[in-house]
Design a protein around this ligand. Structure first.
Ligand code: F0G
Length: 455
């Protein structure tokens, strides 16, 4: 890889500080060994999430000043609506304050108790909303997801055999097929246009709607452009339009590829569905020309949606992840390959082969990354349901990984090299880590409140 010159320069600097080793030890113990409970001010490099943590551009900050804060019919809404229509190709736009607010509305409209939602992979809040509606979220991604070393190019694809088996058995209970482009829960691996077309044709055969979770739409389109010969030289915008042409609508957490700190929306082809979404919106979020956001937030989204599709920006972003992935691999740590869009996904078993699943190697890695270098990383063991190809049954499985999510336009090559050095140091001392145990875990949304202690 050639030098990674950032296609932007730094206009505003935000100080970060590396605590001393004894201070880091104290902070980690006080946080019950969970990165979630560490104060951001005590973190040197924060790779917990790429959501809402990107740097807005000077154009976005300038747009904030144009924000029209009128309750009804604000000009900022009109600008946002125009851009999101042009980018998605869907005529009806419903703004929400973030992705899960859109999920709440869509699942309330479409999911009934006992319904089965088929996706390549659901994000955890999406899964949560479907379960909350007493539906069954099923992840039809191929079993290749569980093999970090499986180098197929579009690892986020549906396994069409699984999808077909599930449709044959459950189609009358399937309110929609959900294509997530692309998902942190699946190592940020992309979905190919070929796969999207095949999913659409199966959906048509069974008369089922197709929806997109669009939060990383631009990253996915970039992989299609680079990886599918038919799309070489086609613009990111045109690829996005073709992806969504196979759907009935989408929702988006704009905190990802629209590079804003807060925001989201749903978009629909069908006007009557959009009208019902707007009715719920008034109950939960606000009037349809602001949807739980300030006018200035809508302005920032309108600008960020376009900036997120920029070819040079995307090429740099995807290469940043690939670069970090390569450095970590060179430290003899296994990561999901090929490296996907928004971060690097580490197979913690390759660092702590001596720890069993009960000794929580993901927690061990996050603790060691903070102790060794003030780096905060995420990850967990996520429960999911998938289809067993042999029997066609829906079965429980889990997927464990540690995630080094890269915020957009925030960290430089120097930061990434530092992180890779810390991973290498953690790896060299890993045998000293005896694992962790859970000391507190409430029943609802437990992974946000959990506490640990060293074994
Ligand atoms: N869908 C996907 C694929 C996501 O990654 C997220 C959020 C959401 C929906 C929900 O959007 O946070 O705006 O309500 N992912 C973040 C993450 C939190 O860390 O990956 P939200």
């Amino acid at each position: 890889l050639a030098a990674l010159a950032e296609p932007y320069r730094i206009k505003v600097a935000e100080q970060i500080r590396l605590l001393s080793r004894p201070e880091r030890e104290e902070v980690l113990a006080a946080a019950h060994y969970s990165g979630i409970h560490i104060d951001a001010a005590d973190v040197f490099i924060d790779l917990m999430t790429d959501s809402g943590t990107g740097a807005m551009s000077s154009e976005q900050w300038a747009a904030l000043m144009r924000g029209d804060e009128s309750y009804f019919g604000s000009r900022s809404y009109q600008r946002f609506e125009t851009v999101s229509r042009e980018i998605t190709g869907y005529p009806h736009i419903v703004p929400t304050h973030q992705g899960r607010a859109a999920e709440k509305i869509i699942t309330e409209l479409l999911v009934r108790p006992g319904d089965v939602v088929l996706s390549n992979t659901h994000f955890d809040t999406t899964r949560g909303h479907i379960l909350h509606r007493q539906g069954v979220p099923v992840d039809c991604i191929g079993d290749w997801l569980w093999d970090f070393g499986d180098e197929r190019e579009f690892k986020g694809n549906f396994d069409l055999k699984k999808l077909e088996l599930a449709l044959a058995r459950h189609h009358s209970r399937v309110p929609f097929i959900l294509i997530t482009v692309l998902n942190n829960m699946a190592c940020s691996s992309p979905v190919s246009m070929q796969n999207i077309r095949e999913v659409k044709s199966l959906a048509d055969r069974y008369g089922v709607k197709v929806m997109f979770d669009a939060c990383r739409l631009a990253e996915n389109a970039y992989f299609i452009q680079q990886g599918e010969p038919e799309f070489s030289g086609v613009s990111i915008q045109d690829i996005v339009l073709e992806m969504f042409s196979y759907g009935d609508g989408c929702w988006m957490s704009a905190k990802k590829d629209a590079i804003v700190n807060i925001g989201g929306f749903c978009a629909f082809r069908d006007e009557s569905l959009a009208m019902r979404a707007k009715e719920l919106l008034v109950l939960y979020e606000g009037y349809p020309t602001y949807g739980g956001l300030a006018g200035r937030d809508l302005e920032a989204m309108a600008v960020g949606l376009r900036e997120g599709l920029d070819q040079e920006y995307l090429a740099h972003r995807i290469r940043q992840a690939a670069y970090l992935g390569r450095l970590i691999t060179e430290a003899d740590v296994s990561v999901s390959r090929p490296v996907g869009g928004s971060g690097v996904f580490v197979d913690v078993r390759s660092i702590y082969p001596h720890l069993s699943a009960e000794q929580l190697p993901t927690v061990a890695f996050a603790a060691d990354m903070f102790l060794e270098g003030g780096v905060r990383v995420g990850g967990a063991l996520f429960p999911m349901k998938t289809v067993d190809i042999g029997s066609g049954n829906i079965v429980d499985r889990s997927f464990e990984f540690s995630r080094l999510a890269i915020p957009r336009r925030t960290y430089t090559q120097g930061h990434l090299e530092y992180v890779a050095d810390i991973v290498a140091r953690v790896k060299s001392k890993a045998s000293e880590n005896m694992g962790y145990r859970v000391t507190y875990m409430p029943e609802t949304m437990g992974h946000f409140f959990v506490r640990f202690a060293p074994v």
